[in-house]
Design a protein around this ligand. Structure first.
Ligand code: ZN
Length: 505
């Protein structure tokens, strides 16, 4: 058999295993009876071992070695080999004992973190956090002996990204956001801003589901190849592009939260459903990175779903669905969608302006923990100092401070930057889509989302992992990652929403 065809078959098996694991994970969160947890643990462990063995198989290594330097392959085939080689290398390099220990300590880490957060006591969590950092350093030293550990860790989530690049992007963002937030604080102390009580008007869950589902359909989510369910923490999962499963949660006193979560997860889902189906069983069809995935959810949720253009044609329908909005003017509604709560400590509840600072704070702490500049014991104090410096508030306890996120307990070091990279890519992509598509804004204002989806399909979804992230973004937008699209967008939007200029702020 032709070597590339043999490789494709092997990779197809690996992708199938990955999709089955995705389905089991969805099932565990949504449908599995609690008593099945031990059996499920065995199922997942067995499949994970199979997956690891297949990625390490000597024959796969031979095929990849052979094809890696084969210049007769088409560009997309070469990209497929490149993507597979990355995973093969990671799989063969890491010793089984380290992988086993990592799995064990992250499970323990999660349990300990839950207890520590409940007790608001960081000292309970500190020892296991130190262990996880040490293990992550060992992993990094094996995978990238010539690189700083943290750079190797970021690569798991955002291939090609480094601290040097992140600093170049995050510094201008900080320099823009910190003074702007101070101005917003001053403005909020003045009278004359709209009342946002309508955001907490009670709405039954069933009604929220009905309204949200209409929107999910309007965005182009394909229910023949997907589902919408309820979960404790909203996510997008499933088993590949033909079976994409999104979830949301309904808080009866916060209808806007479930609506925005549905738009967000649908943004992720459209990326998955839009993958190139001819290549769906191959790594090259997969979403490019965590940051690019987040760009799709944030583009729909923030750039669009919290903007006036998107709601222009839809607001009358929403007012019919939610009659209490009949008293709320369109401008006040849009202001409410973008309300900046400057006394909020929690990243996941943050608005577009404060969110990037929550992320940058975590990035800087992770970077310093891995370089040895910051000791684990000093983490709570360093966290609180940065919260004060960046957002002007100090958390009253560790549960609202450095124990609030699940990521570190799961050993996900290097993940946080992807959230803000996503916001930056989203601004850059949306700006380009508008510039390249005549009449796009008018279409959006009229409620027609198809031209925007078509642009995203062509430039991001169908492309998958054919290019590395920099090349993907440069091909789509004409330039590599650049924070200034977001800075211009956020400055324009929030200065207008809060009327800052007329207050001399
Ligand atoms: Zn997301």
């Amino acid at each position: 058999m032709n070597a590339y065809r043999e490789l494709s078959q092997q990779l197809g098996d690996l992708m199938a295993l990955e999709e089955v694991l995705g389905l089991l994970q969805w099932d565990q969160e949504i449908a599995m009876p609690a008593g099945a947890i031990d059996a499920r643990g065995r199922h997942v462990a067995t499949l994970s071992v199979l997956q690891q063995e297949r990625w390490c198989s000597p024959r796969l290594g031979e095929l990849l070695g052979l094809l890696h330097s084969d210049d007769t392959l088409a560009a997309v085939e070469k990209a497929n080999v490149r993507e597979a080689l990355r995973e093969h290398h990671k799989a063969v390099k890491l010793p089984t004992e380290l992988v086993r220990r990592w799995g064990e300590r992250t499970v323990a880490g999660h349990e300990i973190w839950v207890k520590a957060r409940k007790a608001k006591d960081f000292s309970l969590f500190a020892p296991v956090l130190q262990e996880l950092i040490d293990l992550a350093k060992q992993k990094a030293a094996i995978l990238g002996p010539d690189q700083p550990a943290y750079d190797v860790l970021i690569d798991d989530f955002e291939p090609g990204m480094t601290m040097a690049r992140l600093d170049l992007v995050f510094e201008p963002l900080k320099a823009f956001l910190i003074p702007l937030i101070a101005q917003v604080r001053q403005r909020q102390a003045q009278p004359g801003l709209p009342d946002v009580a309508f955001l907490t008007h009670p709405v039954p869950a069933a009604k929220q589901r009905e309204v949200g589902e209409k929107l999910v359909r309007a965005m182009g989510f394909d229910f023949d190849h997907g589902r919408l369910d309820t979960a404790v923490h909203p996510f997008c999962g499933g088993a590949g592009p033909s079976d994409v499963r999104i979830t949301t949660r309904y808080n009866e006193n916060s209808w806007c939260q479930s609506l925005m979560a549905m738009i967000h997860e649908t943004g992720h889902a459209l990326y998955e459903q839009g993958r190139n189906l001819d290549l769906a069983s191959q790594p090259v069809s997969r979403a490019r990175s965590m940051g690019v995935h987040e760009s799709q959810s944030l583009l729909w949720e923030k750039q669009l779903g919290q903007g006036a253009d998107f709601w222009r044609a839809r607001y009358p329908q929403l007012q019919q669905d939610y009659p209490f909005l009949q008293q709320v003017s369109f401008d006040d509604f849009v202001y409410g969608l973008n309300y900046v709560d400057l006394n909020n400590f929690i990243r996941t509840e943050a608005d577009e302006l404060t969110y990037p600072l929550h992320v940058i704070l975590r990035y800087e702490l992770e970077r310093d923990l891995f370089s040895g500049k910051l000791a684990v014991a000093d983490l709570p104090a360093a966290w609180n100092q940065k919260m004060q410096d960046y957002l002007g508030i100090t958390p009253p306890d560790a549960a609202l401070g450095c124990l609030q996120d699940v990521h570190w307990s799961a050993g996900l070091f290097g993940y946080f930057p992807c959230y803000t990279l996503g916001a930056l890519y989203a601004a850059q992509l949306f700006q380009t889509a508008v510039a390249q598509t005549p009449g796009l804004v008018a279409d959006l204002q009229a409620g027609n989302l198809a031209p925007l989806l078509a642009w995203l399909r062509a430039h991001i979804h169908q492309v998958g992992s054919q290019y590395v992230t920099d090349e993907l973004i440069t091909r789509a937008t004409g330039r590599p990652l650049d924070p200034h699209a977001f800075i211009a967008y956020a400055g324009r939007k929030y200065r207008a929403l809060l009327n800052l200029d007329s207050f001399g702020l």
